[in-house]
Structures are given as C-alpha cells and as structure tokens.
Design a protein around this ligand. Structure first.
Ligand code: SAM
Length: 196
C-alpha cells in the first residue's frame, strides 16, 4: 500500500497495524516523515513501513495494490497520479470537497457526480463513496480544532512573537469548519482501477 502525502503517518501506520500489509509513505515535509518513522516504531510496525521524503508527483514507477491520497490534491490532479501508481484491478482512495444540495450549482466546487464521471472517464469504477453529513463534519472538525487550539496555545507560550500568526491560523480554521458543513462537504471515493 502507498500513502501519498502521508503527513505524520496516522493512516499509513494504522493500515499496517490493522491489515498487516507493507506500507510505503511519502511526504514532502521531512519532519513529518521522521514523525511517521517514530509512530511506526511505537506501534510495533516499523519493519512493515517505509517512509520517505519526496514529492507525490515524482514517486517512481512501482505499482501498488492500493494507493491512498487523502487531503492532498483536488480530484483532477489526484486521479492520474493514483492511476499511474495503482496496479490494474487494485484500489485507490481519494478525497475532495464537493457541493451538495440545492445550492450546488452556484458553488464553485465539483459535485459528487462530476468526480464520479471523471473516475469513470479515466476507465475506473467507484466501489464506495461517502459524503460527510453536517453533524459528522462538525463533530470531526471541532475535535480537530480543539487539538489545534491547544497546540497553538502551547506554541504561543513558547514563542509570543508568533501569537498573532497563530490566532490568524485559528481564525481561518474556524471559517473552514463553517464552510465545510454547508453546501460544501468533504467526500471520499474508494476506486477500483480499471485494467487499461
Ligand atoms: C493536509 S496534510 C494530509 C496528511 C494525511 N494524508 C492526512 O490525511 O492526514 C497534507 C500533507 O501532504 C504533504 N504534501 C503536500 N504536497 C505534497 C506533494 N506534492 N508531495 C508529497 N507530499 C505533499 C504535506 O507535507 C502534508 O503532510
């Protein structure tokens, strides 16, 4: 399994732990890759994980049974990269934000149908699909926000000159939560890659 833009490795390490497969994680930010290695060791799956610094666009020609791209690229960019790295008949998982409901046409976001059509046009098939409901988004984002708020407070204590920058980050995060629980919602697609 390949996790592109794996961040600090939570998803990759959990997959290695839960499924027992070998996982490769790639992220452009070296400190995150170091965190991934630490997390894999703590969770006892270090020998089944390979975390590397790199750009998703430049990952080599090996093909994987499954490829994960979460919170990385919009779907138009994610699909060709996922296809290039997924074995025919394998699976890839991607996410994006989509416009739902009556206001969807006016929103400058794709609809779930736009994304499904792009997947099918590429020669693949949506195996599973989920759009988060408003309460799900709010629950998840509030928990994430609370974690960010605590981290920001700790950082601001350690480095008071960065206080206003951190406040601005938190303000944007709050605005993002409001935006993602209305017409625009997070969604993800598990896709079976076609043979071609
Ligand atoms: C929002 S985080 C998502 C992390 C993880 N996938 C998750 O969903 O929790 C985006 C991650 O992608 C990495 N990233 C951004 N652009 C990248 C690129 N072109 N190639 C590889 N990693 C990239 C960032 O360093 C960051 O760790």
């Amino acid at each position: 399994m390949l996790d592109l833009g794996c961040g600090k490795g939570a998803v990759a390490v959990e997959i290695a732990r839960a499924i027992g497969c070998f996982v490769t994680g790639v992220d452009a930010f070296e400190p995150f890759v170091m965190s991934c290695r630490g997390l894999a060791a703590v969770k006892g799956v270090g020998s089944r994980c390979d975390f590397r610094v790199g750009l998703a666009e430049r990952v080599g020609s090996t093909r994987y049974d499954a490829v994960v791209l979460l919170n990385l690229f919009p779907y138009e960019r994610a699909i060709p990269i996922a296809r290039r790295l997924t074995k025919p008949g394998g699976y890839y998982l991607l996410d994006d934000a989509v416009a739902v409901g009556a206001g969807a046409k006016e929103a400058s976001f794709p609809t779930a149908r736009d994304v499904a059509e792009a997947i099918e046009f590429a020669g693949d098939r949506v195996a599973r699909f989920k759009v988060w409901t408003k309460p799900e988004v709010q629950r998840r984002e509030r928990a994430n926000y609370e974690l960010l708020r605590r981290n920001a407070a700790e950082l601001a204590r350690a480095s008071p000159k960065d206080g206003s920058l951190l406040s601005e980050c938190l303000r944007r995060q709050r605005a993002g939560i409001a935006e993602l629980s209305g017409v625009i919602r997070p969604a993800c697609w598990l896709v079976r890659r076609g043979k071609a």
